[in-house]
Ligand binder design. Structure first.
Ligand SMILES: Cc1cc2nc3c(=O)[nH]c(=O)nc-3n(C[C@H](O)[C@H](O)[C@H](O)COP(=O)(O)OP(=O)(O)OC[C@H]3O[C@@H](n4cnc5c(N)ncnc54)[C@H](O)[C@@H]3O)c2cc1C
Length: 638
């Protein structure tokens, strides 16, 4: 491939001292599906002064999460289904709180992103004519969903990673970025780089600090998994949105998250066939005694209860609208209440719920099991007939569900909100591009599978913008890390008594009890106050940490700030007036870390005339790359 004048294949290493400094035009933070696609998009468009810095190659949600049928959402490729980017954008944003122009970009690029994954080898099923069939997922009227099986995002990671390695894109593995660096310009703040810690070198001189001077930073650090006690995010995912909030990056819709039932020992969503076989639910005290089928008293009869359990298979995420009339989400609510009361909850496939008989199943459930040849006596026998890999999956993680119950909880799975980006996924901090789950493009109702699509599209859009406008080299500045080394010194010698691990326990507990699926408008203000109090204490009363604990302690700073800002957003949302339902709650921190909140009306889906000659002219003049949210009343300029 042709090289560009500024091309370097390895980031420039500037100093050989205790604190290495690198200069690179574009730093990509993270190595999930979003980050890797961004790197490939840049590389393949011959923008090669890039480096990926990641805390753990192979870590994160994309590579390690899955579900019954993990979904990718895109425009329909079913030859018999009429679809358009406009209609998909309308469906993406139908529930409100999503900008129409962003939805249009996600729809417009969805096939480009999808076919790129096909090209790289992700095995999405197709027929002999090359048609990719779709199925309906939640909030999806057009059967746009597809899947490569339970591990779609893992397969995406594998295929993207293989290409990254094949191209030889530089990867700095084991680097946890802990601070983003900015400078003030007349146009506002812009990014200048980042500081990281090399996990393997915290005990060496310099404590593993690494500095990146960069023109652009693509932030692809995933969802805020670490702020929750009950989480179905993989263990290797923590999230790092706090460092972006700290530099004043705007966020939006932080209060909108997805929660659902999952096993806690091995983190896995209990959707689909796990519920369709109607297992027994019970709770016990902390020692495993005093077994109670706690759901029974809350349902009018057994038929209604069994039906709600069965429906949970299709209706996995907690949805307040499905609580009334003994809907499937009532089960999540009761489960949450039970765990909040200090009891442990289990799902048992070896036993039927009390009073169960196949005759007591409502027609929908009975027909389903009958047509699937799965009308056996116990849940585990039904599961063996319906979906044996569902049993093998737990077996491969050392759990035998043919013999033992699974401990469960209502867990955080996905944050629809996150950092704000424009139509190029660029933040209000110039040259900072949040993509993937750390970007909060989704609104109130995100069709299942649109998270994976959005992550891929974000990388495409950021790469387009960087190629068109931001191909600049770093002008040999060496960032000062003096204040940072002082901070590390303080952490290593702190005389306080507050252990960072206790802070983590407190903040995770607060988020799962008050910022999870059940929220209380009456008490939330007090939780916000306690969250900021904890942040203040963390900054003033920290007990000294060992060098080997530095990374974990820095993470707690990030998570503590994050949980305070998320609770602020939740509090504002709980107290909003009804007329704000469609609007977006924007939130950011000022220089003094004071919270600024604003309800932003949504931008509509642009309905511009697609006149080829006109678009071509603008394309040649490169206006289509530099324009942002176009005022649609302003017609095409010369
Ligand atoms: C159980 C489960 C099921 C799901 N099912 C679906 C589904 O069916 N369809 C769908 O669309 N979505 C689904 N999702 C959501 C989707 O999988 C995620 O939103 C998506 O994979 C996130 O990708 P990402 O690249 O943004 O982040 P991740 O894949 O989480 O990657 C984040 C990366 O950043 C790195 N990182 C984090 N912080 C730092 C730091 N400070 N310094 C350096 N590196 C850092 C991590 O190590 C990791 O490499 C599901 C999620 C879960 C948990």
């Amino acid at each position: 491939m042709k090289s560009t004048p500024y091309l370097i294949t390895n980031p420039r290493f500037q100093s050989g001292g205790a604190i290495p400094q690198y200069s690179v035009a574009t730093l990509i933070i993270g190595s999930g599906a979003a980050a890797l696609n961004a790197a490939l998009c840049l590389w393949e468009s011959e923008v090669r002064d890039i480096v990926i810095a990641t805390e753990q190659w192979g870590g994160g949600t994309s590579n390690n999460a899955g579900s019954d049928k993990q979904t990718y959402y895109k425009m329909s490729l079913d030859p018999a289904v009429a679809d358009s980017a406009f209609e998909m954008a309308a469906d993406l944003s139908r529930g409100g709180a999503m900008h129409g122009d962003i939805a249009l970009c996600e729809a417009q690029h969805s096939l480009q992103a999808f076919y790129n994954l096909v090209r790289l080898g992700v095995p999405f099923p197709y027929n002999q004519y090359g048609s990719y069939p779709g199925y309906k997922t939640d909030h999806d009227p057009r059967a746009r969903a597809t899947s490569a099986g339970p591990l779609t995002s893992h397969l995406m990671f594998e295929c993207l990673a293989r290409k990254v390695k094949e191209y030889g894109i530089p990867v700095h593995n084991g680097i946890v970025i802990i601070e983003l660096l900015t400078r003030q310009t007349p146009e506002g703040k812009e990014i200048t780089g980042a500081i990281g810690i090399d996990k393997a070198k915290t005990a060496e001189p310099g404590n593993g600090l690494v500095v990146y001077n960069a023109v652009n930073v693509i932030l692809a650090t995933g969802g805020p998994a670490g702020i929750y006690r009950n989480s179905v995010y993989p263990e290797s995912q923590t999230g790092s949105i706090g460092m972006a909030l700290k530099i004043g990056a705007k966020a939006q819709n932080l209060s909108i998250s997805q929660f659902g039932m999952a096993s806690v020992k091995f983190r896995w969503n209990l959707s689909g066939s796990y519920q369709q076989v109607v297992p027994m639910y019970y709770s016990a005290n902390q020692y495993g005694n005093d077994e109670q089928e706690f759901l029974n008293v809350h349902f009018p009869d057994k038929e209604t209860l069994f039906s709600a359990i069965f429906l949970k298979g299709y209706q996995w995420p907690f949805d307040p609208k499905k609580v009334k009339n003994y809907g499937s989400s009532l089960i999540d609510l009761l489960l949450q209440q039970e765990t909040a009361a200090g009891r442990r909850v289990y799902i048992d496939f070896t036993r039927n719920p009390e009073g169960f008989s196949l005759d007591k199943l409502k027609p929908e459930a009975r027909d389903y099991l009958e047509r699937s040849d799965a009308l056996a006596e116990t849940p585990i026998e039904r599961l063996k007939l319906l979906n044996p890999p569902a049993i093998d999956l737990y077996q491969s993680h050392g759990i035998d569900i043919t013999r033992e119950p699974l401990e469960i909880a209502v867990c955080a799975q996905h944050n629809n909100g996150g950092l704000t980006g424009d139509i190029w996924w660029e933040s209000n901090i110039k040259h900072l591009f949040p993509i993937g789950e750390v970007n909060g493009s989704h609104g109130n109702t995100r069709p299942g599978g649109s998270a994976l699509n959005s992550g891929q599209v974000g990388g495409i859009r950021a790469a387009m913008k960087i190629k068109a406008d931001y191909q600049l080299s770093v002008v040999g500045c060496q960032l000062s890390v003096a204040s940072f080394t002082v901070r590390i010194e303080r952490m290593l010698t702190g005389a306080g008594s507050l252990h960072y691990r206790d802070v983590l326990v407190e903040l995770q507990q607060r988020m799962s009890d008050h910022g999870g699926p059940v929220r209380d408008a009456e008490t939330i203000a007090d939780q916000v106050r306690q969250a900021w109090c904890l942040w203040h204490r963390l900054n003033t009363e920290l007990k000294a940490v060992e060098p080997s604990e530095l990374v974990a302690a820095f993470r707690v700073f990030d998570l503590c700030l994050t949980h305070a800002v998320y609770l602020e957003a939740i509090a504002e949302y709980l107290n909003k007036s009804e007329d704000k339902n469609q609007d977006i709650l924007a939130i950011n921190l000022d220089e003094n870390l004071h919270v600024q909140k604003e309800w932003v009306p949504i931008r509509p889906i642009p309905k511009e005339e697609m006149w080829f000659e006109q678009v071509w002219k603008e394309f040649r003049l490169k206006r289509n790359h530099t324009e942002n949210h176009r005022d649609t009343t302003e017609s095409h300029r010369e």
